[in-house]
Write a protein that binds this ligand. Sequence first.
Ligand code: ARG
Ligand code: ZN
Length: 413
Amino acid sequence: MWTVLIVASIALASAEPVTFHGDKVFRAVPQNDEHVELIKSLASYTKLDFWLPDSELLLEVGKAADFRAGYDVAYDIQALFVQNNLPYEIMIDDLQVAMERQLNNNIRSGHSYEKYNELETIYAWSANIAAQNPDLVSRSQIGTSFEGRPIYLLKVGKPGANKNAVFIDCGFHAREWVSPAFCQWFVKEAVNSYGSDAEFTNLLDNLDFYVLPVLNVDGYKYSWTSDRMWRKTRSVNQNTFCTGTDPNRNFAANWGTNGATSSPCSEVYCGTIPESESETRALGDFIRSNLSSIKAYLTVHSYSQMLLFPYSYKHAPAKDYDELMSLAEGAVNALSSLYGTVYTYGPGGKTIYLSSGGSDDWAYDTGIKYSFTFELRDTGKYGFVLPESEIKETCEETMLAVKYISNHVLNNA
Ligand code: ARG
Ligand code: ZN
């Protein structure tokens, strides 16, 4: 009887999307270990949604921590921070307002490169762009999500023998909406530039680009219908009501160690085994079967304006550190040249935080030397609710970095 009631009320609750009225996004900068412990203890008795870093586990002295807190606890948190001399600012005063402002207008008909598109719209777009450019784009399904949705991959390039490839994926984390927007933009640019832009034509003649517009399709769908702040997959975990695994803690890269946990309720839950998720398994399988051609692996996240390369699971430098560092520098310079957007770059463990199970480290250890994680705009003013008005500039500047890396791959791999 009780279970029936509980299940029924959960089903009812999940029918309406979560709202964020009055929720605030804080930026706190812990000055010492006591401050770190204070935030951790807050997180243990009230729901704090960590935006950057992704979990309270990753807090560090001197590094900004962005997190969302409910209206009911926000004032107490501020009082506590003041009392303890913990410097903080409020980045977003009312998340619901910021969220509603993120979408340019309410008339959302059809696909647009300068809007956030719903999953079904992205599915239809990917079918169309392949159908309309059969000589340049083809679509295949590389797997099926936990909830049964197709995971599509676009192959972009002029058919040719023995071509090397650059693999780009978007939409690992559901709430990072600007990421899928970038993958769509990339394909549009390829199609529009072929035959008219010499640089891109050369790249497409000599390389293939595998573009995966949304990996975590269930999570992305859920972030539109139910909880805009959803991050993980939507797989059901045993013996708990908590749902989902962090796909970027789910790869065989020192899996299940630092910056990840085995608690299913955590935002950085690593899953039961590496590639436990159908989505990460599909990605892993595809890359393993195409290892001889794939020379670069680029995975697109947001936010914080960073270009990261291995390692994230340890501090020790990668074998190719020097080359990756100067490639990252060149890519970031290209990116910044357009609008002056400031990016930091370097190995993940030093630049953002130590964390295990990431796809970039896994790809690198699997033999793909040019492995990078992009963290797109912004640096926290809007965070995950980046306004649609910034999609165009974000994608344009990111294109420059991706082309820079691709040219290097073409000339060196
Ligand atoms: N924000 C990303 C994440 O936490 C950063 C990924 C960097 N790479 C890594 N292997 N952790 O998933
Ligand atoms: Zn992410």
